[in-house]
Ligand binder design. Structure first.
Ligand code: ADP
Length: 491
């Protein structure tokens, strides 16, 4: 069921209030009018009775001396006619016993009130109105006491008409007030209702989750304050929800990252155990064979070489795993210093010279001077690893070029080879731990797939970057950018 709207309620309230006021005022006015009329009537009748009493007493004392009752019976009719003619009203006289003594209109039917007469006979005034007629009974008091009773019958139609007119007038006033108050109430409340509707629309928008618009009520009253309050609330909810949303997506991202890390960790542990198993199986196999053929010198020789090789492999592997784990989890021993990159790269190339010469690989160096701010040991590890890979994955009689130049705020080291190269789509994956493009080739060359993962971590620790780029003459090309050392400025 639809409720009565606020504007109708308000208008009805104002109308009822004003009608109540008009009603009370009308009752007071009508009461006043009616009591005024009664007073006037009583005064008028008292005056008439007074003059009638004077006339009758005068007749009684100046005429033949008879008792009051006889006087009334003898003179009553003529006195009634005289007083009736003088007043223009019907006058009826009674003696002190209540017997009718005279009537100014003897032929008109008389409907007198015995009760009122009884009162008047006890020397009291009594009157009653019936329709537009007033019946007024008053004692006639002479010098010797009560002579009788005089009764006036008068028309009060004028007074009644006046009273009815006032009632009509007040009724019109009441209806007018009701209509005007409802109309004014509606006009006034329409404006208020429009403002309230605006506020309601604003709260509806908030409920639907639309925080884009203000309530937009520019007023300096309570509704204006309410509008400000709603706007402030809308902004606060919006900010909280945005913060909550951001928090939620942060949490989701953190959770996803955590799950990814967990997955990576599991994979890492699986790979480590797998890589550890292979050399251990070989060592165990040789141990078993030696147990069976103790005196076989060839086997002994073979076992010594292989066990030493696998032990080295185990050692390298463990070292790499531990270093990687330390880099990821703990603050590792990182001591940046001013490093002459040109000299460092020359040193690394020198160390590799023996191996490249042995394999017939030409090693070229094109090194410009550059000073960087980095951990020297880490740099050594990075470039030894890169050159090691360039040798491992090269072709017979291939070449390696190591270059260094300055680009902006960085020193760029490029390591290019003429080897087997890396397929473009795998260029990102080779930095994942244990990832190898070709397992057999990696195994043959003693690789475990951890080298580049470690190199990338170490480069990032130096605030640098490493990328694989296109090698024009085939093969692979790695570019490492490291921040240049900046002399502290003297102030
Ligand atoms: P590995 O110990 O197997 O060499 P790395 O992490 O150093 O492990 O390298 C990961 C993989 O990237 C290698 O197995 C190899 O397939 C590929 N790779 C690395 N360097 C080169 C290169 N210079 N030329 C061709 N392939 C390379």
């Amino acid at each position: 069921m639809r409720h009565l709207s606020l504007k109708w309620k308000f208008s009805a309230f104002i109308a009822i209030l004003l009608l109540g006021t008009v009603g009370i005022l009308s009752a007071l006015v009508l009461g006043g009018v009616s009591s005024y009329q009664r007073e006037q009537l009583e005064q008028d009748m008292a005056r008439r009775v007074q003059s009638a009493t004077t006339r009758i007493t005068q007749q009684y004392v100046t005429g033949t001396r008879v008792d009051a009752a006889t006087f009334m019976q003898l003179q009553g009719q003529s006195l009634a006619m005289e007083l009736g003619a003088a007043s223009g009203l019907r006058v009826v006289l009674f003696d002190a016993e209540g017997r009718k003594a005279g009537d100014s209109l003897p032929l008109v039917e008389d409907t007198g009130e015995a009760d009122l007469l009884g009162y008047a006979l006890q020397n009291r005034i009594a009157y009653a109105t019936e329709g537009d007629t007033l019946d007024y009974y008053a004692p006639l008091t002479g010098t010797d006491g009560q002579l009788g009773v005089i009764r006036y019958q008068a028309s009060i139609s004028d007074q009644r008409a006046f009273y009815r007119q006032i009632v009509l007038l007040l009724t019109f006033v009441g209806i007018g007030v009701a209509i005007i108050s409802i109309a004014l109430g509606l006009i006034y409340m329409n404006r208020q209702a429009a403002a309230i509707a605006k506020l309601k629309a604003a709260t509806d928008r908030i409920r639907r989750g639309d925080y884009s618009a203000d309530a937009g009520l520019r007023r300096r009253d309570e509704l204006g304050e309410l509008s400000h309050g709603i706007d402030a609330m809308r902004r606060a909810i919006h900010v909280s929800l945005e913060a909550l949303g951001a928090e939620k997506s942060n949490m989701a991202a953190a959770l996803a990252r955590l799950q990814q890390l967990e997955q990576q960790q599991k994979q890492f542990i699986g790979n480590v155990s797998h890589e550890l198993k292979t050399p251990l199986t070989t060592i165990k196999a040789y141990a078993d064979l030696l147990g069976m053929y103790e005196d076989d010198p060839d086997l002994m020789q073979d076992a010594r070489t292989t066990i030493a090789k696998e032990a080295d492999r185990l050692h390298d592997l463990l070292e790499m795993v531990l270093k990687l784990a330390a880099l990821e989890k703990y603050e590792f021993n990182h001591q940046p210093e001013r490093v002459d990159l040109q000299a460092l790269l020359r040193d690394v190339a020198e160390r590799m010279k023996g191996r490249t010469d042995k394999l017939g690989i030409a090693l070229h160096a094109d090194l410009q001077p550059a000073i960087v701010w980095a951990d020297r040991e880490s740099l050594m590890h990075i470039f030894v690893n890169l050159l090691d890979n360039a040798i491992k994955y090269n072709r017979p009689n291939g070449s390696i070029t190591i270059g260094c130049r300055i680009a902006g705020n960085s020193a760029e080291v490029e390591c290019r080879d003429t080897g087997i190269g890396i397929p473009t789509k795998l260029r990102e994956r080779i930095f994942e731990p244990f990832y190898t493009v070709n397992k057999d080739r990696a195994r043959q060359s003693g690789g475990s797939g951890l080298g580049l993962a470690l190199v990338k971590q170490l480069v990032e620790k130096q605030q640098g970057t490493i990328v694989v780029c296109e090698a024009p003459e085939g093969g692979s090309c790695f570019v490492i950018a490291l921040p240049l050392f900046r002399e502290p400025s003297c102030t």
